[in-house]
Design a protein around this ligand. Structure first.
Ligand code: SF4
Ligand code: SF4
Length: 101
């Protein structure tokens, strides 16, 4: 048996967006990002990205500003919990009913 390094095991355990299925369909809370508080959005610099790092479904982009793919976000709230700037609020999904096309 080939012995694998710790780093190799970590890199192979990375999920991809959608690996958990269309988890956005059963989400009850939606992460809403306030770009006035988000560090890369307000500074224009590629910094922080804690939400990208911690999202277990890899559905946050490492872009300025970061974007959340709501098709696959399961609403776990980890991003909101970990954001150092308090820029993500978990909002009841029911409050969006009838407000989107
Ligand atoms: S963790 Fe918060 S401040 Fe950092 S990139 Fe994400 S939303 Fe912005
Ligand atoms: S709530 Fe945040 S951490 Fe959880 S799946 Fe959605 S974007 Fe990722």
């Amino acid at each position: 048996m080939v012995k694998k390094s710790y780093c190799e095991m970590i890199s192979r355990s990375q999920p991809g967006p959608g690996d958990g299925g269309n988890t956005g369909s059963w989400r009850v809370k939606r992460p809403v990002m306030d770009q006035k508080k988000c560090i890369p959005a307000k500074t224009g610099k590629p910094s922080c990205f804690t939400c990208w790092l911690y999202c277990p479904d890899c559905v946050v982009s490492k872009t300025i500003p970061p974007a959340i793919n709501l098709d696959y976000c399961k609403g776990c709230g980890i991003c909101a919990e970990e954001c150092p700037a308090g820029a993500i609020e978990m909002v009841d999904e029911a409050s969006f009913i009838g407000k989107e096309k």
